[in-house]
Design a binder for this molecule. Sequence first.
Ligand code: 3H9
Length: 701
Amino acid sequence: MSTVSLHKQGRIGVIAVDHPPVNAISQAVREGIITQINAANADGHIAAIVLIAKGRTFMAGADITEFGKAPKSPGFPQVINALEQSHKPVIAAIHGTALGGGLELALACHFRIAHEGAKLGLPEVTLGIIPGAQGTQRLPRLVGLPLALEMIVSGKPITAPKAHQAGLVDDLVKGDADALPRAAIAYADKIITDGTAPRRLSQMEVPQNGSEADLLAKARADATRKMRGVLAPQKAIDALEAALTLPFEDGAAKERAILGACMASPQSKALQHAFFAERKAARLPKHAQNATPRPFNQIGIIGGGTMGCGIALACLGAGLYVTMIERDADALKRAQNSIHKSLDENLARGRIDKAAHTTQGALFSITTDMAALSEADIIIEAVFEKMEVKKSIFRDLDKVAKKGAILTTNTSYLNVDDIASVTGRPADILGLHFFSPANIMKLLEVVEAKKTAPDVLATAMVLAKKIRKIAVIARVCHGFIGNRMLEGYLREAGLLMLEGATPQQIDKAIRDFGYPMGPLQMIDMAGMDIGYMLRKQFPASRFDPNAYRVMNRLVEMDRKGQKTGAGIYRYEAGNRTPLPDPAIDKITEEEAQKAGITRRTISDEEIVDRCILSLVNEGARLLEDRIAMRASDIDVTYLYGYGFPRWRGGPMFYASQRGLDKICDRIKQFGETVGTRWWTPAPLLQKLAQEGKTFTDFDAE
Ligand code: 3H9
């Protein structure tokens, strides 16, 4: 079967692209479309042409794997030209997702029809580039500047009905999968019968009403605010401005020049790394690749606190039955109210419709009787972090759960092997580390214990996908991937405070690096009491004695963070804005004195390097210890669970981009200035640096 075929249906030539899985526009696709357009134009029996794609989607964009390599001919401009200049009318028939170059090819066609379930978008900015196949020039000509700005600057696709309303598609097709090709033929027939001439968008003008300068200025300001530090959205606005001010050909040339500059930027490399890293994370390790996931549709959840309820909502949203267990009638009532309140809120905010609200409500049940879990396929324990409590629950579960049920613990730190050991079925057990609020946060650490069976791991990954989480597989250690690395990050923030930086300076330096919030703001938001309690459970030798001096003292003063109205910052009633507090400066100075630390002026650069490179160094150790399978998995963990700026690709990619030799030198420098206890390069980091390699090379080996 050729990648692009042409067959005739009466007087219509149907050009079908067949390039699984997503019909990415590779060189073979580009060449195939040009060949078939020419053939259709040369065929005297064909009066109109339909461009359609096979499989699950219309073309999902340029082939991203070709980026950064030598360009292969024919390029996009030649395909676009062949489509638009066709003297016979060309109709794009869209299903699934018409994205990026896929939508740009559709815009080069003379008409577009779409299945009602389709989505259309130009997501290039999410890859650090701009639409580069004349999309910034054609889209505003067709739908006007406001919608073009919205789509191109946000990168978010719109639904086919919205596209229809805006004139981006000419007709909507309802019905099953076969309805689209039938409707496309009928549409093309009508074009021929009516004698409708091809409509070439490059020959149109962008509709203008005098508000354009304001719209562009607002878009620039919004992008600066909402997408701090990200270049591509600003560049996309420049290209859209060119569509208003320049003739089509000149605007297209400008777009191409901007695309080239974006393509060469470190940001686009980081964002493309993030795209592929996310997909690689879903791949099972070798030993589980052939395992058949166990079927499931009934989930048991033990514990109806914030975490348990968040997990329940995520499962209900995926159409799974949820049976929740609470310990007494009061707790049961609270959890029940919380679930129903969240479902009501989802309805009120338009996140779900009435039918989904009813269905999800009916899928949920709650009881205090553990025996109700006897039919559950997967059970998720989500009670608080105390080993003895968890073990006792797993002993009970071992008696109640059916044979073959998968038993999971939602723990952020505890040893899953130890928990599994109290049951007679350790192969059925693994950890699922959700992030709060679990119905919103995308990351899920799937913790494979020593005895976890391959099909149990495979099932957990299916569950993750079903409940729309980005899953990363980790092995057992204190804190798994994310929280083990976080320890160093928070330690450095605590030490920097003691050594002379203010909380405001630390948080601002990290925000300027690209995080949505700094480490101390984050600690205040999460509440300091949990960390305080956890530290008491582990040997003091694990921690730097100075790192938590200030925080421990604050917890003992009942300044636990936002929830008590004060923590490292102070808060005004009903307001979450962190405000500097002179009392903290005094406490910090006192604690520094007790620790024998002479406070000094600290640069923002030191703050960033100590916080971020502590992540990198621990990440390298996680790879050595085989806790993480790939450096890119660590990046995904930090992008989706900890707010690491996506345009930097994740801590390991960031380090690779800066050069591992430079990272090693910097760590050694800190070893000399602040001590070698935490600042000695991990052996793997040192080895890669010596060999002139990156973490991407390590993953590829
Ligand atoms: C562009 O178009 C630039 C233009 O302006 C022209 C410039 C000149 N290329 O996501 P999935 C792979 S930029 C190559 O798991 P889903 C993906 O890696 C592009 N490969 O499926 C995965 O491989 P593997 C603008 C691609 O159903 C497999 O396909 N377009 C591409 O969950 C399945 O992917 C975009 O940014 C690609 N373009 O979601 C769209 N896309 O199995 C990017 C996917 O080996 N794509 N792959 O891991 C998507 O958003 C989703 O893939 C899509 C399907 C929604 C289409």
